[in-house]
Design a protein around this ligand. Structure first.
Ligand SMILES: C[S@@+](CC[C@H](N)C(=O)[O-])C[C@H]1O[C@@H](n2cnc3c(N)ncnc32)[C@H](O)[C@@H]1O
Ligand code: SF4
Length: 438
């Protein structure tokens, strides 16, 4: 269950990437090159292209958290106090160069998505709120000048309470961010310290209160099963979050990831039984507060689900720009996965040369059923069967054996139009997903 709780699908993994650097052309021959490479006949037949979203990765943080394996790097800071706080940003030259690199990355990718409307933008990290509102404003204008965002497109930005400043949050709204996602993790000072966070309870509360005042919609990220956390402390954390009346909550089971400081020196965390009790408590408390669990780790009031993440979980398309950003793009006869250079300095050099992509590969036809099911089974309400053909061009027979087995084991229910994980299926999601491996 812990595995299924991880926020991984927010940045879906690149599966079986090739190690061959791509050879991205950077001039007007791009259109012809794209047509040659991606529009030629292939093994799939997609009737239509899925909705397209944009992910932008800003890779720096004030301090690397000991549990975090995201592509985030400690940086030199400009202004602000020890541990962050008022006025903390990245050095201006670094901001400028990175924004230039993002534009170059986006421009090189445009031929892959010509004419397609963009349904949502997610500015994630790292700590995007290390960029001041003027920089985020420039980024959003640069995007809007190059991509047709739909009217009312959701534009989410992640913020860390350690960079909180009242006027700054309001200015992000004015710069075009429509939804703020705040990395609270906990409101308990002891647990925040154990997680190596740069903020305390007071900053977490102030940041969440300001998000509620400045944005029509916002999200709070919490983690549970924290080092030394009791059931009562977890309830207190969640009650504090719910009292702020967030339209959306993401609640993740703390996962000890390889290649993190916690993996080398693991803290004592609640055992599986206690973690399961915590999850039951989370379901009961969020439900009583009017938030519906609509995905493994996501809870929302009606009308406030995250459009961007829903697009991932519905196997939609996304272009990823920024260091280490992943993308998935569909063409009539193939599905392409891309990843950008991971290390920020290398990424900036490469992107500015028009070669931001470090790896790309076509998803093999035999891998598509699993990749599709890995995402759609995360949705509490399940998915329409017609989505398989729409998103992959594959016939129902591609998942029929897996569905039959899952049904036999009581992990899904289905009728002629819809497949839905059962409570048991949701509890054993990794087992359920594995039934669709090639
Ligand atoms: C990519 S992080 C970005 C948020 C922001 N940088 C912050 O931490 O304030 C998104 C969320 O993933 C969650 N997360 C990160 N590492 C995790 C881990 N090892 N286990 C569970 N959740 C994790 C945290 O809740 C975090 O807010
Ligand atoms: S602030 Fe967020 S992205 Fe940065 S190291 Fe901590 S968890 Fe990772």
């Amino acid at each position: 269950m812990a595995d299924a709780q991880r926020p991984r699908t927010v940045l879906p993994p690149l599966i079986a990437a090739s190690n061959t650097p791509s050879n991205t052309p950077s001039n007007t021959s791009l259109n012809a090159a794209v047509a040659d490479r991606f529009l030629r006949a292939g093994t799939l037949n997609l009737a239509a292209q899925p909705p397209l979203a944009l992910y932008v990765h800003l890779p720096w943080c004030l301090k690397k958290c000991p549990y975090c394996d995201f592509n985030s790097h400690e940086t030199e800071r400009h202004g602000g106090g020890v541990g962050g706080g008022v006025g903390t940003t990245l050095p201006p030259a670094q901001q400028q160069r990175y924004l230039d690199a993002l534009v170059a990355d986006l421009e090189a990718a445009l031929p892959l998505v010509w004419g397609r409307p963009v349904v949502s933008v997610f500015i994630g990290g790292g700590t995007p709120s290390l960029f001041p509102p003027e920089a985020i404003g420039r980024l959003i204008s640069d995007i809007r000048a190059r991509l047709p965002l739909i009217p009312d497109a959701e534009v989410t930005m992640e913020a860390n309470p350690g960079t909180f400043e009242r006027e700054r949050f309001r200015a992000y709204r004015a710069a075009g961010v429509t939804r703020l996602s705040i990395g609270i993790q906990s409101f308990n000072d002891r647990h925040l310290a154990a997680l190596g966070r740069v903020h305390d309870r007071a900053q977490a509360l102030a940041a969440a209160e300001e998000a509620a005042a400045s944005f029509e919609t916002f999200n709070l990220d919490l983690m549970y099963a924290l080092p030394g956390q009791t059931l009562a402390e977890q309830a207190e954390d969640l009650a504090t979050a719910l009292a702020l009346q967030p339209p959306h909550l993401s609640v993740y089971h703390l996962t000890i990831e390889p290649n993190t400081r916690f993996a080398i020196d693991p803290p004592r965390v609640p055992d599986e039984d206690l973690a399961a009790e915590m999850l039951d408590q989370i379901a009961a408390m969020t439900g009583a507060a009017g938030l519906q669990r609509y995905e493994v780790s996501a809870y929302a009031r009606a009308g406030y689900r995250c459009a961007h993440n829903l697009n991932y979980w519905s196997f939609g398309d996304y272009l990823g720009i920024g260091a280490g950003a992943h993308g998935k793009l569909s063409f009539p006869h193939r599905v392409l996965r891309q990843v950008k250079w991971r290390e920020p300095a290398r990424y900036m050099d490469e992107a500015l040369r028009g070669t931001a992509t470090s790896n790309e590969h076509e998803v093999a036809r035999k891998d598509l059923p699993f990749e599709f099911m890995l995402n759609v089974l995360r949705l509490r309400d399940g998915f329409p069967l017609s989505l398989l053909a729409e998103r992959t061009g594959l016939p129902m027979s591609a998942i029929e054996a897996g569905l039959a087995r899952a049904e036999q084991h009581g992990l899904i229910t289905r009728d002629w139009s819809t497949v839905r994980p059962t409570d048991r299926g949701f509890d054993f999601l990794s087992d359920l997903q594995e039934m669709f491996l090639a």
